[in-house]
Design a protein around this ligand. Sequence first.
Ligand code: Q9C
Ligand code: ZN
Length: 334
Amino acid sequence: MRAFFDPRQLLHGPTAELHNGGFAPYQETPDRAESILHAIGPTEMPADQGEAPILAVHSSEYVEFLKSAHRLWRAAGREGDPIPYAWPVVGRRPLRLARIDALLGRFSFDATTPIAEGTWDAVYWNAQTAIAAADAVLGGERAAFALCRPPGHHAGADYLGGYCHLNVAAIAAQRARDAGVERVAILDIDYHHGNGTQDIFWERGDVFYTSVHADPATDYPFFWGHADETGGGPGEGATLNLPLPQGTGLSDFRAAQMQAIEAIRSFNPGLLVVSFGADTFEGDPISHFKLSTGDYRMLAGDIADAGLPTVIVQEGGYATAALGTNVRSFLSGF
Ligand code: Q9C
Ligand code: ZN
């Protein structure tokens, strides 16, 4: 399978994150990409398609914020990386905000996603990697893999969070729409619900979003991913959430994924984007499912059986030493 990666994706390297009330080493490390590269072998560099496919998903105000946040943080006399601490909980009027702390709150939903000096370059090339994989599939490949890092599915049209800045799955899906694919499905099998992807396509009937994930009553991102969220307006019925309890192993996960695949088949898309997170792994340090390395091959086989042109984008997975072999197992099932 063709696989894409750009070394500039390693430029995003925050040092610390807020975790359980204190600072801890940042979990979403460049080593994650190195682990995957080591396991899957050579990758191709993406072409540069510019900002247009990014701006087809994200607001220009948000993109300008991502580009300038680290510089504004330094200009405010700060050390370290920008981290937000105040949010507009109730609503978001279009305010003309100036101070970096206000901007951080406006364009984020949590405090776990710093913006380091190299973040914009890293996430720009991260997006190009997803676009290149989408273009390969649009060009006739049966499946292609985007080694995305940082992940994307928690990022909305105008907000970051959950280690995510640009929503690579949404960018790939929109790329397919803009290339003339009438209906696109997204299957999200990261441990966490992909709130950003859901939000981006919430009112869209042309992009079906379905996710198997840890119950948000107990797990991040808490405020999205509940079973009664099914889409709004023209998108009503085009969102399907399948939350599962902590401790879930292969058989229950596989059954839920099969339900998601059946719903995708009924939607009859021309292309599938898989948000693949390996944080469902039994050894993951921040998650609570019980999948083993060999399970990923079987789960991928079920997805491949749907017979759809498939773009696979990497999301989470924090058992770094095992991450590469877990990804390789998944890709081997196609
Ligand atoms: N330090 C993805 O898997 N942080 N994001 C939870 C643990 C948020 C994970 C606190 C976890 C987000 C793409
Ligand atoms: Zn995750």
